[in-house]
Write a protein that binds this ligand. Structure first.
Ligand SMILES: [Fe+2]
Length: 197
């Protein structure tokens, strides 16, 4: 995909709502709430308010999906059965530990942009694209299939928001999302390899 051209600092300042409409909003609702109080100075990091809102909204969706995939992977770590128990139990632990660490990084980037991070099942279930954990534990290889799809979904959602961050000059968010895509693509490949003869 071609990289989106970055805006200059002056064009960011001149177009306060430039990217507000670019983020696909699930269900037409805004998902990120702005934080702050009259006692603290306003945020002045070179990314205007509308752009910070649009990016925080995208990151909230990435957070909801990453958390849902984390919980699914941890559930599968607990409930996997069969002849591949040892290797899958250990591999799922490695994967859920990585996902758990990622949720903190994503949430704290939302806070750095001046918005509250969603962090409840109610909020996550409204904005997540990854389906909830299956009620009954699937067979081991079905678990692997579900996780392949989950990692690919989070990769697609994360990739969708990289141009939004780039266009706002938010390199830290663009870099973070790029790093998340690298992890999800690699994990999907490793899991998919288990399913190939
Ligand atoms: Fe454990």
């Amino acid at each position: 995909m071609a990289k989106a051209a970055k805006k200059s600092k002056s064009s960011i300042a001149a177009s306060p709502a430039a990217s507000a409409g670019k983020v696909p909003v699930k269900g037409g609702t805004r998902v990120a709430g702005e934080s702050g109080s009259s006692g603290a100075p306003g945020i002045n990091i070179g990314i205007d308010r509308a752009d910070r809102a649009a990016i925080a909204e995208g990151l909230s969706r990435v957070l909801a999906d990453t958390y849902t995939l984390y919980l699914t992977t941890h559930n599968f770590h607990w409930n996997v059965t069969g002849p591949h128990f040892n290797s899958l139990h250990a591999m799922f632990m490695q994967q859920y530990t990585e996902l758990w660490g990622a949720t903190d990084i994503i949430a704290e980037r939302i806070r750095a942009l001046g918005h509250y991070a969603p962090g409840s099942y109610a909020e996550f279930s409204k904005i997540a694209t990854v389906p909830d954990v299956p009620q009954n534990p699937p067979k081991a290889m079905e678990m692997v299939r579900i996780l392949v799809k989950g990692h690919e979904t989070v990769s697609r959602i994360s990739r969708e928001f990289i141009p939004v961050a780039e266009q706002a000059g938010d390199d830290p968010t663009a870099d973070m999302l790029t790093a998340r895509c690298t992890v999800h693509d690699q994990t999907a490949w490793m899991l998919r390899s288990l399913l190939e003869e």
